[in-house]
Design a protein around this ligand. Structure first.
Ligand code: SAM
Length: 365
């Protein structure tokens, strides 16, 4: 397969250049700014994973979908899962979908739809003065009217994925923990100057370009990792959330707006006390010190028929010794691969820069 010498990704929290040895298709992945994304580690992961014997893989905590997309470019049949809905939409758009793209007629129809009833104007009524400009909010309501008219679910997911990426690009710090409307933060970034409509036009083109078939029937799921059976996959990749140092680590807290937007807040409970209209966060045992060890044990047992690949980090709880011991209960061979890594993710004025050691813990046989 064609290899890429170098790819530039200019819109990152900090611009950086990756020297890549990944399949060429990977350069078309619309990178999604997401807490804990393994995008920067893909080259290293690829160099390790390509030597393992597997034809299909489950990305059990898919998040931004970067790892799933890499598996897809490797020609593997991919199953994705995440407990949040918007990562599921991202996976539907580019992992399950092998061929559907948005046509000019689809775009015309999406862009000409208008929200007229009260129910259709939920976003502009609820988030006015909290996120985005009023024009942006009206645009989101209008697009949702258009989305409901799209008869093809694959097209709807693709358009929604483009809309989600538009929203994260236009949001000053890429998170929804504090309110903030573009102009307040204007630091000259193009992403903050473009309207959501302009972003959406660019993103639909990017998502259309990123659709490809690897000849496999890939599938996206949405649910708790423990709802999956002992699945018949050769390899399970696990990248669970870490026990947080502060509440700031919560995915729902950071991305509640995207989660709501991905289904027009249908069936979601907005917390009355929340200034930014957060959705109540779901419980995950991986986020709690008192439950995490038991959760890892249960997960390794559940997937013990597959090759286990766990992404982990030196600053997380439980520690490496504990995890290798737990995996060793179900696998004869447990190998740890290490890589120094600097995370860039900030919610406050200065980005937090954490130098950690990243691990891939691999259990086989
Ligand atoms: C570290 S992130 C995954 C990042 C992903 N590998 C990437 O590269 O973008 C962890 C993900 O686990 C999801 N999650 C948390 N608890 C879960 C559970 N019990 N079952 C499934 N997914 C869960 C979160 O919604 C989040 O997207």
């Amino acid at each position: 397969m064609t290899q890429l010498a170098e790819i530039l990704h200019p819109e990152k929290p900090s611009d950086f250049k990756l020297s890549y040895d990944l399949p060429m298709q990977m350069s078309l992945f619309p990178r999604f700014r997401y807490m804990g994304s393994k995008f920067r580690l893909l080259e290293w992961m690829y160099s390790i994973l390509q030597d393992l014997p597997f034809d299909n893989a489950m990305d059990a905590f898919s998040g931004s979908g970067a790892v799933s997309y890499m598996f897809k470019t490797m020609g593997k049949r991919v199953i994705t899962n995440d407990s949040l809905h918007f990562p599921y939409v991202l996976s539907q758009a580019l992992i399950q979908n092998n061929s559907t793209r948005l046509s000019n007629e689809d775009l015309d129809s999406l862009l000409s739809a208008r929200a007229t009833s009260m129910e259709e104007q939920f976003i502009q009524k609820t988030f006015s003065g909290i996120f985005y400009t009023q024009d942006d909010l009206v645009f989101l309501d209008n697009i949702w009217v258009g989305l409901r008219k799209l008869t093809s679910p694959a097209k709807r997911y693709l358009a929604l994925a483009a809309l989600l990426r538009s929203c994260i690009k236009r949001q000053p710090r890429g998170v929804f923990t504090v309110s903030g409307i573009g102009a307040t933060y204007d630091d000259g970034r193009r992403d903050l100057r473009l309207s959501l409509r302009e972003h959406f036009l660019e993103q639909t083109a990017e998502y259309n370009a990123a659709v490809f078939s690897n000849g496999k029937q890939n599938a996206a799921y949405h649910g708790d990792v423990f709802f999956h059976d002992k699945s018949h996959v050769d390899l399970v990749y696990m990248d669970p959330p870490y026990v947080p140092r502060s509440d700031d680590n919560c995915y729902m807290k950071r991305y509640h707006f995207l989660e709501g937007l991905s289904c027009y807040w249908r069936g979601m409970e907005i917390m009355g006390s929340s200034k930014v209209k957060k959705i109540r966060k779901p419980h995950t045992p991986f986020g709690h010190r008192g439950e995490a060890i038991q959760a890892f044990d249960r997960m390794f047992r559940q997937f013990s028929d597959s090759i286990l690949v766990l992404s982990y980090s030196s600053n997380a709880y439980p520690d490496l010794d504990c995890l290798t011991h737990l995996m060793g209960k179900y696998k004869k061979s447990v190998n740890v691969l290490r890589k120094p890594h600097r995370y860039h993710f900030g919610t406050h004025s200065a980005a937090k820069r954490n130098l950690v050691e990243e691990y891939l813990i691999i259990g086989s046989e």
